[in-house]
Design a protein around this ligand. Sequence first.
Ligand SMILES: C[S@@+](CC[C@H](N)C(=O)[O-])C[C@H]1O[C@@H](n2cnc3c(N)ncnc32)[C@H](O)[C@@H]1O
Length: 284
Amino acid sequence: MNAINTPRSDVVPTSKGAGSIGAVSLVGAGPGAADLLTIRAAKALESADVVYYDSLVDASVLAHISPKARRIFVGKRKGFSAMPQQDIQDRMRDDALAGHQVVRLKGGDPFIFGRGGEELADLRASGISVKVVPGVTSAIAAAAETGIPLTHRDVATSVTFVTGHTLDGSIPELDGLVSSKRTLVIYMGVSNAGTIVKQLLGAGVPDSTPVAVIERATLPDQRLIEATLKTLTEDLGINDVVTPALLVIGDVAALGVLGAEPTPPVHTNPELSEPFAWVHHPMG
Ligand SMILES: C[S@@+](CC[C@H](N)C(=O)[O-])C[C@H]1O[C@@H](n2cnc3c(N)ncnc32)[C@H](O)[C@@H]1O
């Protein structure tokens, strides 16, 4: 086996020499909240000539784009793509060949269910220099926001990220991915929740297994809905859950309440009372 020395990828070129070709940066925008954008991502946005961005990227993140840059929306709205995938890749290649610094801005992390791998391979095959700037993937952010530890020494020794929606609309094989001490996080799983539940119950997973649904994680209207495999589909309907949302399945999902606001201290001596009121904001 050869060891390959991979140089750091944090230097985003900012100036175009005469006749030089540009480059593409695949940049993770994080889960939504602008303060979860990495410094490296913000720098890439500030120095880009053109930014191709997806629907899940919040306006507060787009505010980092240089006013001089061209912004091109290429996401999906109501199931329709603003631009076919091959056209996005072709246009980014042409922009880079014309000498521009191109940013492809994607929700979360570009390599977690973000088609970053396809774009990287396609552009490099055309001789374009491509850098990848990681982002905080929504599962990690959603877990942190709701106090759900995806792994926990006593409760879960592994976590698996799965898509609930493959290219042909089916769901992947989940058998064996949830058991005691395993956590499953399903991206894009809300519309297929019924099939997911059926598959897991059929594989012998108890219907009492906790499920947390986290909707619009890190955004001001974020919600946590606590369910079990038995109640999941009903709870999704009752709460009118919208995308983007994630399903966290496994015993850790029941620990979410531990992340709620701390219980106010109770003082019997009025002189020790807090000078401010503690307010408990339940989620959902
Ligand atoms: C096409 S995938 C992109 C995932 C993204 N690359 C990432 O790393 O988070 C879109 C799915 O990610 C999940 N997602 C993205 N942002 C989210 C958020 N703020 N809250 C909850 N789920 C989110 C949802 O399951 C959504 O359907």
